[in-house]
Design a protein around this ligand. Structure first.
Ligand SMILES: [Zn+2]
Ligand SMILES: [Zn+2]
Length: 357
C-alpha cells in the first residue's frame, strides 16, 4: 500500500485523508487540500527555498583563516582575543595586563559575516570626550591622552540565525454583550475558536556567542545593530582591531534560540487576533522548515579603566555610535554640589516661610 504523508500548507500539522471528500484535511487548522494542490505547492516551495538560501561563495577558507589570524591569551584574566597576524595585541583590553601570549588559531573560529567599524578611531575618541564633558562629577585628571589610548576597537562574536518556521495557534476568544429589558439585565457571551497560522521567516536573529561576563553587560546598552551593513567576512576587517573569541557553540545556545523564536512566533500569531473582549491561547504548533546559522562579528569601541582600584567601562556601538559608560565620580565635587543644593533649598524654604522656628 502506498502512503504519502503530507503536511498542512498553512500550519505544518500532519494531514488526514478524508475518503468521503477525497481531500486531505488538517486537524489543527481545519484547512482542506486536494492532492494535486499539495504536490504542486511542495515542489515549488523546495525550489524557492533552495534558491533563497544559497550561500554566497566563501571569501576566506578555514585554512586561510588559521594562517592569517592569531589568538592572544591574557595570562592575568584569561581573556582570549583574535586579531590579524600583523596586528599585535600589546596589552589586555579588559584588565590592562601587558603580557599577552600568542597562539595559533583554529580554522573553525572563522566568522562568516561582519559589520565593519563605521566610526573611525578619531571620531570614537571625540565622542568619548563629548560624553565626559557632560559628566559634572568626573575627576579632573580622568580624561588624559593615556586614557584615550586605552580605547580599542573590539569585535564581539554573535550567532546569526535564519529560521523559517511554520505553525499556528488555536485560541478561545470571547465577546460579551449586556442589555436591559424591563427589570431584567441580560448578559450574552459568545465563544469563538480562533485559528491563526502561517510561515514566519526569521532572518539574522542575533544571539551572543559569549558566556556572560562583565563586558557583556555594556553591550546590552549599545545594541541594536542595523542588519543592512552585514558583509562577508574578510581578514582585512580584523586588521588593527581585536575580536573576542567565542566560547558558546551552536549546541550551547540552540535551545535558548528555539525558545526565543517560539515566543516571538506566539506573539506574531496572537497579535493578528483582534476584535474580541478576551483571548486565551490554547495551543501552538511550530516546526522548523529550514535553519542556518552564521557566525558574525559586531563592532564595539571599548575602553576599560582602573581608577582608584575600581574598574570602569565605556562602550560604543562601532556602527551606530550609541554609547554607554560607567565613569568614576569625584567625591569632593559631589560633596560641594550637595552643600550647594542644601543651601539653595534652605534659602528657598526660608523665602517661602516654611521654617516655623
Ligand atoms: Zn493546518
Ligand atoms: Zn586580561
Amino acid at each position: 500500500m502506498e502512503t504519502v504523508s503530507y503536511k498542512c500548507i498553512n500550519c505544518d500539522a500532519p494531514l488526514q485523508f478524508d475518503p468521503k471528500q477525497q481531500k486531505f484535511v488538517c486537524e489543527f487548522c481545519r484547512s482542506e487540500f486536494a492532492e494535486t494542490e499539495l504536490a504542486d505547492y511542495f515542489s515549488k516551495l523546495e525550489k524557492k527555498l533552495d534558491q533563497e538560501h544559497k550561500k554566497e561563495p566563501e571569501q576566506v577558507s578555514d585554512d586561510d583563516f588559521s594562517s592569517y589570524a592569531a589568538v592572544y591569551v591574557c595570562q592575568s584574566c584569561g581573556a582570549e582575543v583574535i586579531t590579524e597576524k600583523n596586528t599585535a595585541a600589546t596589552f589586555c583590553v579588559f584588565c590592562h595586563n601587558p603580557v599577552m601570549i600568542s597562539n595559533r588559531m583554529a580554522g573553525n573560529f572563522k566568522p562568516n559575516r561582519v559589520i565593519p567599524f563605521m566610526i573611525s578611531e578619531q571620531d570614537a575618541k571625540q565622542k568619548f570626550l563629548d560624553f565626559c564633558a557632560k559628566k559634572k562629577f568626573l575627576p579632573k585628571d580622568f580624561v588624559s591622552g593615556a586614557q584615550l589610548d586605552m580605547m580599542k576597537g573590539v569585535y564581539y562574536p554573535y550567532w546569526l540565525v535564519d529560521s523559517l518556521k511554520i505553525g499556528g495557534i488555536r485560541a478561545t476568544a470571547k465577546k460579551k454583550r449586556t442589555w436591559r429589558e424591563g427589570d431584567f439585565e441580560f448578559e450574552e457571551t459568545k465563544i469563538y475558536r480562533v485559528i491563526r497560522n502561517g510561515t514566519i521567516d526569521f532572518r539574522d536573529y542575533p544571539h551572543t556567542a559569549l558566556k556572560s561576563d562583565e563586558n557583556l553587560k555594556a553591550l546590552k546598552y549599545v545594541n541594536p545593530y542595523d542588519d543592512k551593513d552585514y558583509r562577508p567576512f574578510m581578514m582585512s576587517y580584523l586588521s588593527g582591531f581585536l575580536a573576542e573569541k567565542r566560547d558558546l557553540e551552536r549546541q550551547d545556545v540552540q535551545n535558548e534560540v528555539d525558545n526565543e523564536l517560539a515566543d516571538y512566533a506566539k506573539r506574531i500569531y496572537s497579535d493578528s487576533i483582534s476584535g474580541y473582549d478576551s483571548v486565551s491561547i490554547d495551543d501552538m504548533r511550530l516546526s522548523t522548515r529550514r535553519e542556518s546559522w552564521d557566525y558574525a562579528l559586531l563592532p564595539v569601541w571599548l575602553m576599560t579603566f582602573d581608577y582608584n582600584g575600581q574598574k570602569y567601562l565605556y562602550a560604543m556601538n562601532g556602527q551606530t555610535g550609541k554609547n554607554f559608560g560607567e565613569l568614576p565620580i569625584d567625591k569632593k565635587k559631589l560633596a560641594a554640589f550637595g552643600i550647594g543644593m542644601f543651601i539653595g533649598l534652605l534659602l528657598i524654604c526660608l523665602l517661602g516661610g516654611y521654617f516655623l522656628l
